[in-house]
Design a protein around this ligand. Sequence first.
Ligand code: FAD
Length: 479
Amino acid sequence: MKVIVVGAGVVGSLAARELSKYDLDITIIEKNLDIGWGVTKANSAILHAGYDDPVDSNRAKFCAKGNAMYTQLSQELDFEIRRTGSYVVAFSDQEVKTIEELYEQGRINGVPGLEIHDRNTLLEKEPNLNKDVKCGLWAPTAGITEPWMVAIAAVENAVANGVKLVLNEKVVGFEKKGDQIKKVITDKNSYETDLVVNAAGLYADQVALLAGAEYVPLHPRRGEYILLDKKMGSIIKSVIFPTPTKTSKGILVLPTIDGGLLLGPTAVDLQDDMKDHLETTAQGLEQIRNFTRTLVPSLDFSQTVKTFCGLRPESPQKDFFVQASKVVKNFVNLMAMRSPGLTAAPAIAEYVTQEVIQQAMGFKLSKRKDFNPIRRGIKKIVELPLQEWQELVKGDPKAGRLICYCNEVTEAEIVEAIKRGARTLDGVKFRTRAMFGRCQGGFCSIKIMKILERELGKDMSEIVLKSPQSWIVDGKVRE
Ligand SMILES: Cc1cc2nc3c(=O)[nH]c(=O)nc-3n(C[C@H](O)[C@H](O)[C@H](O)COP(=O)(O)OP(=O)(O)OC[C@H]3O[C@@H](n4cnc5c(N)ncnc54)[C@H](O)[C@@H]3O)c2cc1C
């Protein structure tokens, strides 16, 4: 049986990997040049505990479960997670009341280990918090990860289990017979299929519309961020949320996996046709600076490394739309994946495979006996014991050549990233963390371009940042 998954974000990637446990012929079609470059690329990267999702919503159904699944998933797929825990902090009596409501909601949602900490306990754990804090809701299961790495790892494992990955092809239509899709049409090819899983992120409504299936209208909700240098990384240890409002979880302060500090996001609804408006705004960044100072007054914005923006696929229902189409009999929607979609994704992948495709749609799937759940990540060479590193260098001098000084990435890791599919500067960046540090590639990007040029047998002028037109150099100044 042939299955097409549209979209290689965290949702499509984990769904494809889950489906690869069964005897199926699976193809992922992704319009970008690499995996995880949609909504998955720019978000808060939090594994949410699950207390702030309305009881009986799909968000509540999948969040705490997905959060718990990340422990095994990260071990099988060898990506990093850190269970930092999170605090929702209250500064007024009204906010204390909201925290008590969240505690109760979390208890109903099955979130383990929730506690309300008084001011002293809270300040003992997080001494840099604003001293006016009254209390905080502690969620020990909350954590952080690198969302794009979850998607990359899932696809690498899926491909090792036989899944085909098609990049740089956009789904533009479907060929149907009656109420069944027979072919998926892209801008370059067409693919026969028996089942389509729509995980197209912000564009999932348009893909469903092309298929003639049910959909919820999606509009982008802008979230801007400021990333501070590692010097600020230990100013707090856990994820710090303000007390949420009806519309948003608010602007947060949180550590990143590679040791920096992330501040944001804002929440501004944009028009439906602004799904590629990833610009930041002076107003949004000012809002982040002003607000986060009220949580952690000693934040030093001279340590700003980068600002960026992510777009949430927001729907009027404010909930995930996860279901088999009733009108197109072989079409499944995984749509409206706003927060906590990253956290929920493993649980959604399992649910869609077992309860939607097999039970509700009636597809008979047989489990493969040879499924291998294990994928190993690219070895971080500077973290090896010195003797082991020295041995490695004897066999491969590239393991001894540091290319990215900020995040200490060697040439051997960059070459390995290229072997695993990186074809662009961003492809190397998101697989190795090179160019992710303080200098943002100022010193190392030219060296990485030369490695890409050599390994891919291309000319420097053909090396791009992330899209086919995003070339960096135009030619030689001197011959
Ligand atoms: C500001 C912000 C903060 C967030 N914070 C968190 C958080 O802390 N924790 C959390 O759990 N969740 C968070 N989320 C939500 C989370 O990021 C998303 O739920 C998740 O990344 C959605 O993944 P996806 O795979 O559905 O979408 P995407 O990552 O967008 O993947 C969809 C893919 O489909 C591709 N595609 C689209 N159309 C086509 C087509 N026609 N043909 C082929 N390919 C196509 C796209 O290129 C894309 O790669 C946040 C989101 C935002 C924006």
